[in-house]
Design a binder for this molecule. Structure first.
Ligand code: DP6
Length: 315
């Protein structure tokens, strides 16, 4: 058995969302995204050189198609034909809209690069990870990150320590896999939603105020912008044909409870991705009251509290 490289990376949660591609072939994002890397939740990936490519996710074989462009680019960069045997696990539900493709492709990219003994700068690794999943370009870094519209690579804006009180309360309202992948839904929005152009235009406009709010560590303004970003993304999605609705009844209950909390002066700003889960942006001082209030909606819902997370770690 050949030597193994193991790497751990955390998911990247967008505050200003990437939704839509400038180039499908190169997987270049059409909107800028501003994101935070989540602490305490992670993908762990082990890679060995093998006779053929194979990937197991949480013990199950995975179809290779989606991974081939990344593998081909890695082999080109190394100038050799090597195949990868990959074992990967998430310590959170996969494919349920918790950004598992971001941490998954980031861990895979960095582990494969290491086993090939490629000494690449973080920007280069980020650009490779983007071929797998554009959000993965951001997961190559801890803290707060930016992937510009049309950007090949993400960059770190601030280290994880930049905002020690910042928290993300992750509410897992359903553990079932989402009905349609983000990639397919994103293409559906681009091709069929009459709101797609407006979405693209507005996504660009949200970035600057979001960057200023982050620079001032202003959670009220940043939280409001994050709400606008997800609401408008989902509005464009819902207007596509066929319409895509990721929300479940419990998703809406959580959204409404966040509104009630804000009405009471408690800072809880929800955001959603391509799935029913809700992530609530807040400060450490409000975590207990927010978690209790949300848990009361449904004692079965799993709630995870994440601080701002680190970049990749390999052994
Ligand atoms: C809603 O990065 O999964 O989470 O590039 O096609 O793999 P592909 O899409 P992916 O989409 C993420 C969409 C999002 C928003 C975000 O993370 O910015």
């Amino acid at each position: 058995m050949s030597e193994e490289v193991r790497c751990r990376t955390s998911p990247s949660l967008a505050l200003v969302k990437y939704w839509g591609k400038k180039s499908t072939r190169k997987n270049l994002p059409a909107t800028p995204s501003l994101a935070v890397t989540l602490g305490g939740v992670y993908t762990e990936t082990g890679v060995r050189i093998a006779e053929r490519d194979s990937i197991r996710l949480n013990g199950e074989n995975v179809d290779l198609d989606r991974f081939l462009p990344l593998f081909a680019a890695l082999r080109r960069a190394a100038g050799r034909t090597a195949f990868f045997q990959v074992e990967t696990t998430n310590n959170f539900p996969s494919s349920a809209g918790l950004a598992s493709s971001s941490s998954g492709f980031a861990a895979l990219t960095i582990a494969c690069a290491r086993i090939l003994e490629l000494d690449l700068a973080p920007e280069r690794l980020s650009a490779l990870a983007r071929l797998g999943s554009a959000s993965a370009a951001r997961s190559l870094f801890g803290g707060f990150t930016l992937l510009p519209a049309g950007g090949r690579a993400a960059r770190q804006l601030y280290e994880p320590e930049y905002w020690p009180e910042f928290r993300i309360v992750i509410v897992l309202v359903s553990l079932q896999a989402k009905p349609i992948s983000s990639r397919a839904a994103m293409e559906g929005t681009r091709k069929t939603s009459p709101y797609y152009r407006a979405w693209l235009h507005n996504a660009g406009e949200l970035l600057q105020p979001a960057l200023r709010a982050l620079q001032g560590r202003d959670i009220d303004v940043l939280g409001d912008i994050a709400r606008l970003s997800y609401s408008r993304m989902h509005a464009a999605l819902l207007a596509s044909s066929p319409p895509v609705l990721y929300w479940l009844p419990s998703t809406i209950s959580v959204i409404r409870e966040c509104q009630h909390l804000r009405d009471e002066g408690i800072g809880a700003w929800e955001t959603l991705d391509a799935g029913p889960q809700v992530k609530v942006l807040c400060l450490q001082a409000d975590v207990d009251v927010i978690s209790q209030r949300l848990q009361r909606l449904d004692p079965e819902m799993k709630i995870i509290v994440a601080p701002v997370g680190p970049g990749p770690v390999c052994e």
